[in-house]
Design a binder for this molecule. Structure first.
Ligand SMILES: Cc1ncc(COP(=O)(O)O)c(C=O)c1O
Length: 388
């Protein structure tokens, strides 16, 4: 076998020293407090049955997409899904990508041009950061969920802008590693007052918020005020893939310039019809019941945090993601391990995934978590960490 470069070995050793080595976990049977399957759609038989019906009714059945969407891969389910997305999410157009990672890479690497400016929340997802790295635009971060800092950052660069500079402001409606939400109304107002284009990643909000899971912007009546929304299907919708919602002009542009769409094989018919089946399930009312159940679970969890006086060590959240700060990689790993030994799959989130000193336990809540499970896991946690 070819020699493994020493430089790479050194990087792995550094990860060991920092207690930050990532390993692929084995499959277990613990109580799920870690997956993004917030509504249980990934395990929903009605959805797989509907998918099967879609596939068997196909006029041109095939196992794979057979090519890029621009060559031979744009099978019938893609068009059906994009029509559904436009309807449910109330956008002019929708463009499906292979994953949220691909959607963010494709958008940020191609849309902001040289001379444009990207102002981004300091905690935005790695996929957005990677897309920004590939862009020729200038980028500046602002403090997390902090409109004043956004204003200061904007004021600092304002004098350097030229006439045709386009400014993009980027945030998430539910932050993936914090579960919290920015003041979206304030961001919409700021963007319109200053002529900026707001882009919101709704990966952890679709399915959980909004009519038929249309997302938090839709729930707040702000969907039409943003330039683009990124939604993903691998979380509450329990499938795989993503879409960018925006204008017809944006869709046409992305089809031409988003390299993560152009230069990759499309999703297979099975994946796309599973997303369609998940939207059917959501719209048929059963999904709505799961969504209501999830929100009851969230309230139950928050209630137990109050009962056990743990709310001060948690990042405030109304979403399905609740994070308990346990600074230090070693410390947070130890607490997570004890929870896992007692049967609860709670994951530690280590630095450098989150800033040093902000390491945390990330509790993902689901429509299928029972009151007893929640009581037990919070009670156990209260014995493992000092309350504040
Ligand atoms: C906010 C956010 N955006 C994008 C992604 C990437 O989505 P996907 O898993 O579909 O690649 C994630 C995934 O964790 C995410 O949390």
């Amino acid at each position: 076998m070819a020699h493994f470069p020493k430089k790479l070995t050194a990087k792995i050793e550094k990860r060991h020293q920092d207690d930050a080595l990532r390993i692929l976990p084995s499959v277990g049977q613990l109580v799920d407090f870690s997956s993004n399957d917030y509504l249980g759609f990934a395990r929903e038989k009605t959805i797989s049955d509907t998918t099967f019906r879609y596939l068997t009714s196909s006029t041109a059945p095939r196992n794979g997409a057979t090519g890029s969407r621009l060559i031979s891969g744009n099978h019938e389910f893609y068009e059906q899904l994009e029509r559904t997305l436009v309807q449910v999410h109330g956008s002019e157009a929708a463009l499906v990508f292979n994953s949220g990672y691909d959607a963010n890479l494709g958008f940020f690497a191609s849309v902001p041009q040289r001379g444009d400016v990207i102002l981004y929340d300091e905690l935005i997802h790695a996929s957005i950061r990677d897309g920004i790295q590939m862009s020729n635009a200038n980028n500046f971060k602002f403090a997390h969920n902090n409109i004043e800092d956004l204003q200061d950052t904007f004021d600092r660069i304002r004098s350097k802008l030229i006439e045709d500079t386009v400014i993009y402001i980027v945030t998430e409606s539910v932050f993936s590693m914090d579960g919290d939400t920015p003041d979206l109304q304030a961001l919409v107002d700021f963007s319109s007052e200053n002529g900026c284009h707001l882009v919101v990643d709704e990966a952890h909000a679709v399915g959980v918020f909004g009519t038929n899971g249309a997302g938090l912007l839709q729930e707040l009546g702000l969907a039409e005020k943003v330039f683009a929304r990124i939604i993903t299907f691998g979380k509450a919708f329990g499938c795989h893939g993503a879409a960018i919602l925006g204008s017809n002009g944006l869709k046409e542009y992305l089809v031409n310039f988003a390299r993560s769409l152009v230069y990759t094989t499309g999703l297979p018919p099975h994946s796309v019809s599973t997303i369609l089946a998940a939207y059917d399930f959501m719209g048929a009312g059963e999904g709505h019941g799961k969504k209501e159940h999830l929100h009851a679970t969230i309230q139950k969890f928050k209630g137990e945090l109050l009962n056990f006086q743990l709310q001060a060590v948690f990042i405030p959240s109304n979403s399905a993601i609740h994070c308990c700060l346990v600074p230090g990689n070693q410390q947070v790993k130890q607490v997570a391990q004890k929870l896992q030994e007692k049967g609860f799959n709670v994951k530690p989130i280590l630095s450098p995934t989150v800033p040093k000193g902000r390491e945390r336990l990330r509790f993902c809540l689901h429509s299928y978590n029972t009151d007893t499970e929640i009581l037990e896991v919070v009670s156990l946690l209260s014995h493992l960490i000092p309350s504040a």
